[in-house]
Design a protein around this ligand. Structure first.
Ligand SMILES: C[S@@+](CC[C@H](N)C(=O)[O-])C[C@H]1O[C@@H](n2cnc3c(N)ncnc32)[C@H](O)[C@@H]1O
Length: 253
C-alpha cells in the first residue's frame, strides 16, 4: 500500500547495514535534500528555539549544528546507524545543546510519552519507505512520533514524497494531526526566464483538498521539488475550548 517504489533505487535505504557501510566510507558530512538555510523560514515559524526537538535519522547532516548556531537549545539526534552516531557524538562533544543516541525510529520506547515539542524528519520516513515491510515500518515510526509529541507539538517531514504517497500515512485519525503543506524547489533550481509564476512565494502553504491532496491540475514549477509537511498534533481539549459556543450547541442539539 502506498509504497512509492519508483523513487527507491537499488540501494536498501531501509537497512541499517547499508547506512553503516555508507557512513564508514563517507566520513564527512552530507545533508540530504536541503540545507538548514533553505528550511530556516519553516523551522523558525513552527518550532520556537526553546523547544525540545527530536531529529530522527540525523545521519551525518549539519542541520542540527546549524540550528544550534541559530539559537536552538535542545536537540536530541537519533539514528539507526551506530557508525553515524559515534562519529557525530565525537564531532559535537563540545556542543551541549546536541545529544546523540543510536535508536530505531520504529521503537523509541526509551523516551516517555509526550517528551518532545517537535520532531524533524529529513529523509528518514523516505528511507523506511524503501525498505522491506515499508507500510508496517512507516506506521510503527509515525505511531512513535505521535506518541512522543506533546499536544500542540509539530512533526515536520521534509521528503520527496508528494501527497498521494505521504498523506495516506499522515492522515490516520489516531494521530489527530492537522497537516499544512509547503513545496520548495530543489537547491539550484532556476525558474525558466519569463516564467509567469515568478511572483509565487514558496513560503506560502499550498492549497490542498479535504484529503490533503493537491488540487487537480496543480503544476509543479520544479518536477523534483521537495515537500514539507507540517503536522500539528491537535490538543482535543484546546481545540474544543476554541470552538465557538454556537457550534458546540449546534452539535448537541
Ligand atoms: C536519507 S538519510 C537522511 C539523513 C539526514 N536526516 C539528512 O537530512 O541528511 C536517512 C537516515 O535515516 C537513517 N535511518 C534509516 N532507517 C532508520 C531507522 N529505522 N531508525 C533510525 N534511523 C534510520 C539512516 O541511517 C540515515 O542516516
Amino acid at each position: 500500500m502506498y509504497r512509492d517504489v519508483s523513487s527507491c533505487n537499488t540501494y536498501n535505504y531501509g537497512d541499517a547495514l547499508y547506512w553503516d557501510a555508507r557512513y564508514v566510507q563517507e566520513g564527512g558530512s552530507f545533508d540530504w535534500y536541503q540545507r538548514y538555510s533553505a528550511l530556516r523560514p519553516f523551522v523558525r515559524k513552527y518550532i520556537p528555539p526553546s523547544s525540545r526537538v527530536l531529529m530522527v535519522g540525523c545521519g551525518n547532516a549539519v542541520m542540527s549544528e546549524d540550528m544550534v548556531k541559530d539559537g536552538y537549545e535542545d536537540i536530541m539526534n537519533i539514528d539507526i546507524s551506530s557508525v553515524a552516531i559515534d562519529m557525530m557524538r565525537r564531532k559535537y562533544e563540545y556542543i551541549p545543546q546536541l545529544k546523540y543516541m543510536q535508536m530505531d525510529v520504529r521503537d523509541m520506547s526509551f523516551f516517555p510519552d509526550e517528551s518532545f515539542n517537535s520532531v524533524i524528519d529529513k529523509g528518514t520516513l523516505d528511507s523506511l519507505m524503501c525498505g522491506t515491510d515499508a507500510p508496517i515500518s512507516a506506521a510503527q515510526m509515525l505511531a512513535e512520533v505521535s506518541r512522543l509529541l506533546k499536544p500542540g507539538g509539530i512533526y515536520m517531514l521534509i521528503t520527496y514524497g508528494d501527497p498521494t504517497v505521504r498523506m495516506p500515512h499522515l492522515s490516520r485519525p489516531t494521530y489527530n494531526w492537522k497537516v499544512v503543506l509547503y513545496i520548495i524547489p530543489r537547491p539550484g533550481f532556476q525558474r525558466p526566464t519569463g516564467s509567469s509564476s515568478s511572483t509565487k512565494s514558496f513560503l506560502e502553504p499550498v492549497p490542498t483538498n479535504e484529503k490533503g491532496l493537491l488540487p487537480a491540475g496543480f503544476v509543479l514549477e520544479d518536477p523534483d521539488s521537495h515537500y514539507i509537511y507540517v503536522c500539528k498534533k491537535m490538543d482535543e481539549t484546546t481545540e474544543l475550548s476554541n470552538t465557538p459556543t454556537y457550534l458546540l450547541k449546534a452539535d448537541v442539539l
